[in-house]
Design a protein around this ligand. Structure first.
Ligand code: ADP
Ligand code: ZN
Length: 218
């Protein structure tokens, strides 16, 4: 692929989108645009956008399309994204969002990576996931920070996200099946979808994503 790189990553909650997107964003120097991170920092900062979003997020519901689409369109219009492209993590998640990405932005996506992981694997990963409130770094019950439970990177508190509690997890996975998984067929018909198996070794998954990016000609 040539610059600007314009990539979106699809995958269930817990598929490892965040980890893989950080790696790819660093390697290719593309802005990592994570709607989950944007929303969580807006909630923390108490902005109006954050206030509108927080009740949906805590229940494990999706934030309404018009709220999230506006925020993403604005983010993608900034200079870094216009020049270098974007690596979208957590967007689009509905057909309306995918259509908005196609039309509202003069920056159509060139490659969609479908990071595929079986449901029993993501259930196990999500229920043991712990996250730093300071910097967002992810740990798990079996891979805790050195000093429990303070982040090795920033010293922040490492906690379980409200939406990683069991009721919210099953709600989020059901919404993925219903609203997000239809995008796989939609992008595949457009000929820009590549599926990468996400359950194996992290480095192997990364190198398969890198191969997919290099396989795009334009
Ligand atoms: P996960 O993929 O693990 O659910 P994220 O960190 O991507 O977590 O998102 C957390 C929450 O933020 C979601 O459960 C949802 O409420 C909201 N959210 C994130 N991205 C979107 C989006 N594209 N559309 C609607 N809501 C979103
Ligand atoms: Zn931290």
């Amino acid at each position: 692929m040539n610059k600007p790189f314009r990539i979106a990553m699809l995958g269930k909650q817990g598929a490892g989108k965040g980890t893989q997107c950080s790696r790819i964003s660093e390697q290719f120097q593309i802005p990592h645009v994570s709607t989950g991170d944007m929303l969580r920092s807006a909630v923390k900062a108490g902005t109006e956008f954050g206030l509108r979003a927080s009740e949906f997020m805590e229940r494990g519901d999706l934030v309404p399309d018009e709220v999230i689409i506006g925020a993403v369109v604005e983010r993608l219009s900034q200079d870094d994204a216009v020049n270098s492209g974007y690596l979208l993590d957590g967007f689009p998640r509905t057909l309306a969002q995918a259509k908005a990405l196609d039309s509202a932005i003069d920056q159509a996506v060139k490659l969609v990576i479908n990071l595929e992981v079986a449901t029993d694997v993501v259930l196990e990963r999500l229920s043991s996931r712990r996250v730093c409130e300071g910097c967002g770094r992810t740990y798990s019950v079996s891979n805790p920070p050195t000093s429990p439970w303070h982040c090795d990177t920033c010293g922040g508190d490492v906690v379980q996200r409200a939406d990683d509690k069991p009721e919210a997890i099953s709600r989020r996975l059901a919404l993925y099946d219903e609203l997000t998984s239809p995008l796989i067929g939609w992008y595949s018909e457009k000929g820009i979808l590549v599926t990468v198996e996400g359950s194996g070794d992290l480095d192997i998954v990364t190198s398969n994503i890198v191969k997919a990016i290099h396989s795009v000609e334009a």
